[in-house]
Design a protein around this ligand. Structure first.
Ligand SMILES: [Zn+2]
Ligand SMILES: [Zn+2]
Length: 362
């Protein structure tokens, strides 16, 4: 046997020995890994060292169409000391936890409209915010007309669960007064009397609702959040909207919904080919009350935004290799950077500048 053959044989034997050893002690090794993970994850607070300013966290960039990479619509805005969740789609609470965002720090939810995909993650958000922070008052949920009904529904649906939590953990950990939400409805001006309403002003944070056009879903709004000379706008669901472009004027970051009609038409053809005419019609109907990436780019240009982030991505775009097909002509219609939003992205806008830093929390 040559020298090299002997070395290879010894290495193979050593490796086999290590594999057998690892198999024999798999449970013990697993426990060491778990302890390390617990040390790194439990009590993680990704917001602790953020500089003063505005921070936008994409906690859900998907839509009702299933996308394994994207949760339902959810955008977190940190403004100075305050933290607001714009919409709470499915998996909102879960993604916040995975990113190390403490639910207990939430000051409120801002609902853009009452479509199911924007509210169906709210139950876990309310529960986590209450129990992880021993909240003593319900979470304010701001929204246009209809928010009272939605909040009352969630409070009713979770009332039994809240009772169990207090009975089990005690009122110091789960104070009955802090369960659930309180609706904070605002009214939009009458048609022709303007398109914006002041929602909240506190510690230098100014939140404004902007009327948008979401077809039969009336009212529907986007939100503008101003703080420290910086501004972010979240469109909510909207067809191409001039009121949004006006309300977003001069903003730093525009988070705009996007549906690519050319690709959705292929879905329609697929459903027709399979004889599913009802769903095919739904995929035709949705074209009328959403915006294409090109529309979003035009709105960003009209508003003079610095950076456009697309969210509420329809249909699911599971790999970045698909993004150019999804964007279509959008890069030709907006000269600034365009980011196809992915869950876990954070955009930081420190006060007193124009910088927008982008990184990932997961
Ligand atoms: Zn939606
Ligand atoms: Zn909608």
């Amino acid at each position: 046997m040559s020298r090299w053959a002997k070395i290879i044989l010894v290495l193979v034997l050593l490796l086999s020995g290590l594999v057998l050893l690892a198999r024999a002690f798999q449970a013990e090794l697993g426990m060491v890994l778990i302890e390390n993970l617990v040390g790194a994850r439990v009590g993680l607070d990704a917001t602790r060292d953020l500089p003063d300013g505005l921070h936008v966290v994409l906690c859900g960039t998907g839509s009702p169409l299933p996308d394994p990479e994207r949760a339902g619509p959810c955008t977190l805005v940190i403004a100075g000391k305050h933290m607001f969740l714009v919409d709470a789609g499915e998996w909102a609470a879960r993604n916040l936890a995975l990113m190390g965002i403490p639910h207990a720090r939430l000051d409120g939810v801002l609902l853009t409209h009452m479509h199911s995909d924007h509210i169906d993650g709210m139950g876990p958000v309310l529960l986590m915010r209450w129990t992880t922070g021993a909240a003593t008052s319900p979470l304010p949920v701001h929204g246009p007309a209809g928010v009272d009904k939605v909040v009352a529904g969630f409070n009713t649906a979770y009332a039994l669960d809240a009772g169990y939590r207090t009975a089990h953990h005690g009122p110091a950990i789960a104070p009955p007064s802090g369960a659930g939400a309180v609706a904070m409805a605002f009214a939009l001006p009458e048609a022709g009397q303007g398109n914006t309403t002041a929602v909240l002003e506190q510690d230098g944070v100014r939140i404004t609702a902007i009327r948008v056009d979401h077809g039969v879903v009336e009212p529907a709004v986007g939100y503008r959040i101003d703080y420290g000379g910086r501004a972010v706008v979240i469109s909510g669901d909207t067809a191409r909207s001039t009121s949004l472009a006006e309300g977003a004027r001069g903003c730093d970051l525009l988070v705009h919904e996007a549906l690519q009609p050319r690709i959705v038409k292929r879905l329609t053809e697929g459903f027709v080919a399979k004889g599913n005419t009802g769903v095919a019609q739904i995929t035709r109907d949705i074209l009328s009350y959403h915006s294409s990436p090109e529309d979003a780019a035009d709105v960003a240009t009209a508003a003079g935004a610095r950076h456009l982030v697309l969210s509420h991505i329809i249909p699911p775009m599971m790999r970045p290799i698909l993004y150019p097909a999804f964007l279509g002509e959008a890069p030709k219609r907006f000269s600034g950077p365009i980011t196809v939003g992915e869950d876990g992205m954070i955009f930081s806008l420190p006060t007193g500048g124009t910088e927008i830093r982008q990184r990932r929390l997961m």
